[in-house]
Structure formats: C-alpha cells, structure tokens
Design a binder for this molecule. Sequence first.
Ligand code: IMP
Ligand code: MG
Length: 333
Amino acid sequence: MPSTVVVGGFFGDEGKGKIISYLAQKDNPEIVVRGGAGPNAGHTIEDGDKKYKVRMLPSGFLNKKARLMVGPGVVVNPDVLHKEISEFDCSSRTFVDFNCGIIEASHLEADSAGRLKEKIGSTGSGTGPANADRAMRTLKMAKEIDSLKKYLIDVPGEINTALENDKTVLVEGTQGTFLSLWHGGYPFVTSKDVTASGICADIGLGPKNVDDVMVVFKSYVTRVGEGVLENEISAQETASRGWSEVGTVTGRQRRAAEFNFSLAKRAILLNSATQIALTKLDVLFPECAHVQSFEKLSEAAKSFVTKIEDELNVPVLLIGTGAGVGDIIDLRT
Ligand code: IMP
Ligand code: MG
C-alpha cells in the first residue's frame, strides 16, 4: 500500500475523484499528490450534501491531515489554484513543485478558439498551449511567480522521503488512458501522456517505487469532446438509460457507450494495473445503490463484476455504488 497510483482506464471522468477521496480518508496517506496534464481535468467529490469540484488540488483534500501536492509535470493556473485553496481552506498544507509550468492569459486565449477548441474539442483551460510552450522551453515556472512562493516545495524529494519512512503516498492521475498523447486516438487526445508511467514521471516517482496501480473504470464508457467512441449510443438512448452526464470543467454533454472490454484490456496492459476500481455500478444496476458489501449486490451486478475480473485477470477491489464517498464496496483484504 505505501504508494498507490490511481489512473483513469477510459477517456477520463471514470470517477477518480470519488475513489481518491475515499482512499485518502480510508488509508490516511501522508501525501496525496497530483500528476497529469493540468486544470483541464475536473474531479467531483460528494460528501453528504456537499459537492466539491477540483481542477488543481488533489481530490484527497477531505482528509484534513494529508499534505496536498502538485507534481512538476503539471501545468498550474494560479487563479484556479488560489480559488480552490481558499474554498477548501487548505493553505497550510498545499504544496506546488518549484518546476510546475504556469498557465497565463495567452494560453487561455490560444485554447479558447481556433483549431484546438474546434477540431479537438479541448477544454479551453490553456493546458495544451502551456505544454506546447514548455516543450519550446519558453513557459514560466512556478518558482518565478510571487503569489506561489509560500507553496513551493520539492515534490519528488518529499514523496520519496515519505516512502523511505514507510509513509503512504496516494498518487492521483488525471484524464484517462485513451486521452494519452502517446496511447490515445491521436490527435483527439490531451497534451501529455496520462498513463501510470506518465503520471509517475510527472511527480518524480520512479517505476520501482510503485507498489500498486489502480485503474478506474466506470461501468459504462463516456467521452467529452471529439474523437472515436466505439459503439456510441444516441443522446436519447443515453438519457433513457440514465447515463446522461455533463463535463465538470466544460459543462458539455458526455457521449456514452457500453463497457468496452477490449479497451479495458488495453488499459490494463498500458498501465500494468494490479487493481481495478469499478465506479457507478448503481447506474447500471439501480437496485445496488448505496450497497456496501459484495454479498448484497444483485446476481446481475455480481456477474458483471465477475466477468470483468475474468476477462481482465485483475481483481476488482473497489466498487462504487453511489455518488457519496461512503457509497463503496471495499474488497481489499
Ligand atoms: P485538452 O486536454 O483541454 O487539450 O482537451 C483535449 C481532449 O481531451 C478533449 O477531447 C477534452 O474533452 C479531453 N479532456 C481533457 N481533459 C479531460 C478530462 O479531465 N476529462 C475528460 N476529457 C478530458
Ligand atoms: Mg472529470
């Protein structure tokens, strides 16, 4: 358990926010650290009647003891970060790596019109243009920004020291495997690799120091923006199945399809997954809403889970049965 890397298995929006939020409270990590692209990712967390949306901070903030970090591979929009720090009152335990790149007004502008927005369906968050400038070595770094001074830290140093001292580190990936710049359906992808290896590189965690890789699959597949979605169902059919969702960052309607076993297999391979978290089982099987033990699932739901394990050969260890952090079946030991 000391280091667990959580990544998305499809096109983002698999429910990583809820899973990370649960793990952050259950496993009590010393550090929750975010890798991934940037504020193009929105993670939603529901706790009781409260609903939180984060785009910069790790989703583990509900654990008030955990230190929250953003790795050097992530591009940061200081406005979004400051807003979240004050909204969630976590100024004293938020840390940003010295070498995080900075999103500026010019990046937001370049991302909000033209090819990226129209052809790729980008989130308009400035993430892609900032990463392009990073590759050109012209991007500003967090250490040059006055308003970030008090948050600056050596993230790779902190997480590796924590692991050496047998502390638990929870690594939060963003987007999903098939939005990876290397492994997704180019050009309809994000501006980074977002598989487990990429996420680890973002935070400076070497491959031999990863204990578990948890891939999160939703019980059906959704995608926002452009690009192929195999076996896509119509918006009307999506609504009638109760699968309608809107994007956290963009408010766009998500496109939907049934669970795709061949994509899932590929995601297991690309991420060297050791564990699966399956979310929104209650959306496929409403009778399973809020259930907290495997035995209490309906037979149909049980066989869906078993089929996933049989086909993918990786254990399903967490099952989401509702939006709340506690709506979960935890099958780890
Ligand atoms: P960009 O990352 O904003 O450049 O957008 C590129 C593509 O990735 C678009 O299709 C976006 O909708 C998609 N995308 C980026 N981040 C996320 C995410 O967190 N969830 C779902 N889709 C995303
Ligand atoms: Mg999302």
